[in-house]
Design a protein around this ligand. Sequence first.
Ligand code: HEC
Length: 128
Amino acid sequence: MKKIQIVFVAIIAIVITSVMLSNPLQAVSEKQKANAAAIPDSVKSILANSCVPCHTTGGKDIALAAWDLSAIDSYSTKKLAKKARSMCKAIRDSSMPPAKFIATHPEKMPTPAQAKVICNWARSLKEK
Ligand code: HEC
């Protein structure tokens, strides 16, 4: 009886392990890790300071449709590179953050040095 129980537990363990290994969700989280690693902390902290609360969960749908900081880790490398370029452009041409928002939150305006960090990051993704 004991032996049968051990065999049974072993079979269950093998089944669970193989399901986990072949789980497509697992594959997504591997990709997420790759992208999360592709976004340097320096970039994330600028986005978190200047672009939140609009471009993350709880922001307006229209802003989230442009890009969503809470979902950015799941973007494909290609999508991330494209978004990074539009972020750089939006900051450079002063269309983002919106002027109305900066009027009441001047401290959220990215500095020229911060804009450079975003644009250099965007360029590095493009070259990959
Ligand atoms: C006060 C809210 C708010 C903040 C803060 C904000 N955005 Fe936006 N953003 C929006 C909205 C709303 C839209 C969609 C409508 C539009 O395009 O104007 C948008 C659209 C965009 C787009 C796509 C349209 C375009 O202009 O290319 C980009 C890129 C963008 N934002 C980047 C940023 C970046 C980068 C920051 C931080 C430096 C930022 N935004 C901060 C509200 C915001």
